[in-house]
Design a protein around this ligand. Structure first.
Ligand SMILES: [Fe+2]
Ligand SMILES: [Fe+2]
Length: 183
């Protein structure tokens, strides 16, 4: 008896989203390490926390695939892009990556509509909402750095931004509370 509730194509696109989230986590890990090396400990902490969140997203999708009786296939993760040149570049890269990830999420939603796979469509709505929050948070980071003078920001202002982000969960709180076991 066939118990797999996901089509082959849906399984493939969900598995590739697992890799996307793992890739996002690697990017945050790499930028966090870069920021730490540059002395921005607050920003580094914030980015390390976010790397964990992306891991949680990965696990959430992985568990969904398993729960639907389909097969998970773990693939290699591409290396993260090269280090940012400065904080402004770092925040711009983060925003661009979040937008890219949103596009990938939308592709999964679109596929679920085409297949009339309403369970997957419903599952993916959490990610649609999550991406809206993440994009607006990344926009907020860009606003902060814009006000500070972009790449001409003084070390004083950068110090304040760094301090500010150390304990910031911001709009990401909801995502941080989420784990694979506690969606
Ligand atoms: Fe994510
Ligand atoms: Fe994200």
């Amino acid at each position: 008896m066939k118990t797999n509730r996901l089509s082959e194509k849906m399984t493939a696109i969900l598995n590739s989203q697992v890799t996307e989230e793992a890739f996002a986590s690697q990017i945050y890990l790499s930028y966090a390490s870069w920021a730490s090396g540059e002395g921005y400990t607050g920003i580094a902490k914030f980015l390390f926390r976010h790397a964990e969140e992306e891991r949680n997203h990965m696990t959430k999708i992985l568990e969904y695939i398993l729960n639907r009786g389909a097969k998970v296939s773990i693939s290699a993760i591409a290396p993260p892009p090269k280090n940012p040149t400065d904080i402004c570049d770092c925040f711009e890269k983060i925003f661009n990556h979040e937008v890219k990830n949103t596009t990938a999420i939308y592709a999964v939603v679109k596929k679920s509509m085409e297949e009339e796979d309403w369970a997957t469509w419903n599952f993916m709505q959490w990610f649609v909402k999550e991406q809206t929050e993440e994009e607006s948070f990344a926009m907020g980071l860009l606003d902060k750095i814009k006000i500070a003078g972009k790449d001409k920001a003084s070390s004083n202002t950068l110090y304040l931004i760094d301090k500010d982000l150390e304990h910031t969960n911001g709009e990401l709180t909801a995502a941080q509370d989420v784990t694979a076991t506690k969606p």
